[in-house]
Write a protein that binds this ligand. Structure first.
Ligand code: ATP
Length: 241
C-alpha cells in the first residue's frame, strides 16, 4: 500500500501549561475526504495548525506527500500543496474580493498567468456570488460569502490537500446546504480534504471517514456512514438516539 498523502503521528501541541493536543495520530489518503469532529476546546484547531505549519508541534511528526514536514512554516506547506482555510476565515476586510484572492499568495507560487486566470474563472463559476462582488470590500460580504472567498483563495494555490477549520462557523443552514455540496464536488474531482467541523451531522454526511477528538486525544475513527449510526456519536454529537 502506498503511503497516505498526509500522515501525522503522536502530535502534541501546548500553550504554556495547557496541553491542547496530547499525542494524536491522523492520516488522509490521496483523494480522501476526512472529517474531525469533537466539542469546543477538544484541540481540533490546534491539531490543524500543527499539520498546516501555523504552529510547530511540541512533539510528534507530520509527513506530507511522503516527506517529513514537521514544523515547516505554512507558506512552505502551501508551496508543497497543503492549503488551509483557517477558522474565522482571515480575510482582509478593507481589501476588495479580487485583492483578497490575489493576496492568497498563489501568484507568487505560480508562474503561469494563463493557468491562474483559468483557475480564477473556475473559482468564480464555483462561487458565482463572488463574481458579482469582485470589486466589493471583503469586510462587507456576508459570513457565507466570506467563507466562499476563503475557500476560493485556498484553492487558487492548487492544493493537493485542503484543510478547512470550522466551515460552518456562524453560517446559516441555507448557506451550508450550498457549501457542503461544493466541497463534495471538489473531492469528486480529486481534491483531498480534511475538514474540522462542529456540526457533526453535516460532516458525517459528506466525508468518507471521520475522527472523533476530545480533550486533546482521538477517541476513535471510522467510516462516516457507520459512525452516523454509532451510539457513541448519536449520543454525544448528533443529540439523538
Ligand atoms: P473550537 O471548536 O472551540 O475552536 P477546538 O477543538 O478547535 O475548539 P482548540 O481551539 O484547538 O480546540 O483549543 C484547544 C485548547 O487549547 C483549548 O483549551 C483552548 O483554550 C486552548 N488554546 C487554543 N489556542 C490557544 C492559544 N493561542 N493560547 C492558549 N491556549 C489556547
Amino acid at each position: 500500500m502506498s503511503a497516505p498523502l498526509l500522515q501525522a503521528e503522536g502530535i502534541r501541541v501546548s500553550y504554556g501549561r495547557i496541553e491542547a493536543v496530547r499525542g494524536v495520530d491522523l492520516h488522509v489518503g490521496a483523494g480522501e475526504f476526512v472529517g474531525v469532529i469533537g466539542s469546543n476546546g477538544a484541540g481540533k484547531s490546534s491539531l490543524m495548525r500543527a499539520i498546516a505549519g501555523v504552529l510547530s508541534p511540541a512533539g510528534g511528526r507530520v509527513a506530507f506527500g511522503g516527506e517529513d514536514t514537521t514544523g515547516q512554516p505554512s507558506h512552505r506547506m502551501v508551496a508543497r500543496g497543503l492549503a488551509m482555510v483557517p477558522e474565522g476565515r482571515m480575510i482582509f476586510a478593507d481589501q476588495t474580493v479580487r485583492e483578497n484572492l490575489l493576496l492568497g499568495g498563489y501568484s507568487r507560487l505560480r508562474s503561469d498567468p494563463q493557468g491562474v486566470a483559468a483557475d480564477e474563472d473556475r473559482m468564480l463559476t464555483l462561487f458565482p456570488r463572488l463574481k458579482e462582488r469582485l470589486a466589493q470590500e471583503a469586510g462587507t460580504l456576508s459570513g457565507g460569502e466570506q467563507q466562499m472567498l476563503a475557500i476560493a483563495r485556498g484553492l487558487l494555490s492548487r492544493p493537493r490537500l485542503l484543510v478547512i477549520d470550522e466551515l460552518s462557523l456562524g453560517l446559516a443552514p441555507v448557506i451550508l446546504d450550498m457549501l457542503f455540496p461544493v466541497l463534495a464536488q471538489l473531492n469528486k474531482e480529486g481534491l483531498s480534504i480534511l475538514l474540522v467541523e462542529q456540526m457533526a451531522s453535516y460532516a458525517l454526511s459528506v466525508t468518507d471517514r471521520t475522527y472523533v477528538m476530545e480533550n486533546g486525544r482521538m477517541l476513535f475513527d471510522g467510516a462516516s456512514r457507520e459512525l452516523a449510526n454509532d451510539p457513541r456519536v448519536l449520543d454525544a454529537y448528533l443529540g439523538r438516539r
